[in-house]
Design a protein around this ligand. Structure first.
Ligand code: TMP
Ligand code: MG
Length: 212
């Protein structure tokens, strides 16, 4: 009998409109898993330091123009560029907490009027997350948060449209958390419950694997 100790890393994605508190919660999750002696890395899309990410960064800062389709494909290509690396990390037991993923790609591009199914198609085949934690925030509330309005998409009417598109993507994989109270700790408490649940499930799966 071969005993395979499969302990794949968790792939945790955080989504939400701009200024919904994703980066803060990613950091909290990172620290929480470190404390639990888990291997963990923080990822973020777009990866503004990469070749493709630099083009995206220029666009977001209004320093260049692109057609809606071309920028959508660049966001998608940015994810495909790192898909294999992501897979290797997860398979080697590293947990990944990721600030935005393909769901942002679909919500933002379709909010401009591009066909939803076409937007989804370019990310089809990418690694699926174990959970999508969605920080639900009223776009009017987001407007009051610091540095709002610096980048291309940070406008109330557009963010409201993005929020509606996100609503269309929600499924069983999503854990939606109301973030309107702007309370970092209470938001994290809800996330923690979900993460504990996923860690427990993974342990149980590992036990099953040993007994087989
Ligand atoms: P950031 O604010 O999290 O750095 O993300 C940059 C902006 O790009 C943000 O307004 C969301 C948007 N975006 C897309 O339009 N498509 C995508 O695929 C991703 C990942 C982000
Ligand atoms: Mg932003």
């Amino acid at each position: 009998m071969e005993i395979k100790l499969k302990k794949r890393g968790l792939f945790i994605v955080i989504e939400g409109i701009d200024r919904s508190g994703k980066s803060t919660q990613c950091q909290k999750i990172y620290e929480y898993l470190i404390k639990k002696n888990e291997k963990i890395e923080q990822w973020k899309y777009p990866d503004r330091n990469g070749d493709i990410g630099k083009l995206i960064d220029n666009y977001l800062k209004n320093q260049s123009e692109k057609s809606d389709q071309a920028i959508h494909l660049l966001f998608s290509a940015d994810r495909w560029e790192k898909n294999k690396l992501l897979q290797n990390k997860l398979e080697s037991g590293i947990n990944i907490v990721c600030d935005r993923y393909a769901f942002s790609g679909v919500a933002y591009s379709s909010a401009k009027g591009l066909d939803l199914e076409w937007c989804k198609s370019t990310d089809s085949g990418l690694i699926s997350p174990d959970v999508v934690i969605y920080l639900d925030l009223d776009p009017k509330e987001a407007q009051n948060r610091s540095s709002y309005g610096e980048e291309r998409y940070e406008k109330l009417t557009f963010q409201s449209q993005v929020s509606k598109q996100f609503d269309k993507l929600k499924d069983d994989l999503w854990k939606v958390i109301d973030s309107n109270n702007n309370n970092v700790e209470s938001t994290f408490k809800e996330i923690q419950i979900k993460i504990d649940e996923l860690l427990k499930k993974r342990e149980e799966e590992k036990d099953l694997e040993i007994k087989k």
